[in-house]
Design a protein around this ligand. Structure first.
Ligand code: ADP
Ligand code: MG
Length: 237
């Protein structure tokens, strides 16, 4: 589903973080919000998620204006840096939780949990608890839980930041595979340019609350619009 931020602004008190941003994410696209720490990536993502209400502008999912809807009333799947799995629940219970909250019958929950566990390749871990899983496995569970309600959009905020280098590589391609297989529209927030370049269809590069350039990884690499973009892509932090 297409996502549109139309003239989106966000302030905290007198601090203006984002002013009049326009961002369109095409249906089925995976877009990176890339930029240094503090530039407003998470603020933008939280507005799409419904955690923050915009100070100005509108947010559309397809033709539907969701600007004033709380997070629960939007159909979003969210994975943040800390996976926040429920420690006392098994993997199966964690994944099925969003359906349980919705009041789905047990048989349907079981069926959907099986389907998604196969997709995310954690079918053998269903009876474990989060403490008995590796970081990468926990992240797969978090992805499964985010995807089980077949959300309109998958929102990922630095989802690989807590993983070691090897797992980070593995999960880059894994998340991309899941995004392609489900055809879901996705927004990835990251400060890691290699991650953005290797995972996403397009990159929106941000500086101090503004999108400086939005382009495919190849276009941006070959034709950076400003010295900031060139420097950011060329000099890994
Ligand atoms: P990023 O995710 O790119 O690192 P953020 O979107 O988290 O950046 O933050 C952008 C700016 O907004 C920062 O200057 C941050 O201090 C400020 N900010 C974010 N959330 C709040 C908040 N709840 N209250 C006040 N300022 C905030
Ligand atoms: Mg952030």
């Amino acid at each position: 589903m297409r996502i549109l931020l139309d003239n989106f602004s966000k302030s905290f008190g007198s601090t203006k973080v984002i002013e009049n941003m326009r961002l369109e994410v095409a249906g089925g696209e995976m877009l990176a919000l890339l930029g240094p720490s503090g530039c407003g990536k998470s603020t933008t993502l939280f507005a799409v998620c419904g955690i923050h209400r915009p100070t100005g502008g509108r947010i559309l999912f397809g033709e539907r204006d969701v600007t004033d809807l709380p997070s629960q009333a939007r159909n979003v799947g969210v994975v943040f840096q800390s996976y926040a799995l429920y420690p006392h629940m098994t993997v199966a219970e964690n994944i099925g939780f969003p359906l349980k909250v919705k009041g789905a019958p047990a048989a349907e929950i079981r069926k959907e949990v099986d389907r998604i566990a196969t997709l995310v390749q954690i079918g053998k871990l269903m009876d474990r608890r989060p403490a008995e899983l590796s970081g990468g496995q926990q992240q797969r569970v978090a992805l499964a839980r985010a995807l089980i309600r077949k959300p309109d959009v998958l929102l990922l905020d630095e989802p690989l930041a807590n993983l070691d280098a090897k797992l980070r590589l593995e999960m880059r391609s894994e998340i991309r595979r899941l995004q392609r297989e489900t055809g879901i529209t996705a927004i990835l927030v990251t400060h890691d340019q290699v991650e953005a370049m290797s995972m996403c269809d397009r990159i929106a590069i941000m500086k101090e609350g503004e999108i400086v350039q939005i382009a495919t990884p190849a276009e941006m690499y070959n034709n950076p619009k400003t010295a900031f973009v060139a420097g950011f892509l060329g000099n890994p932090p």
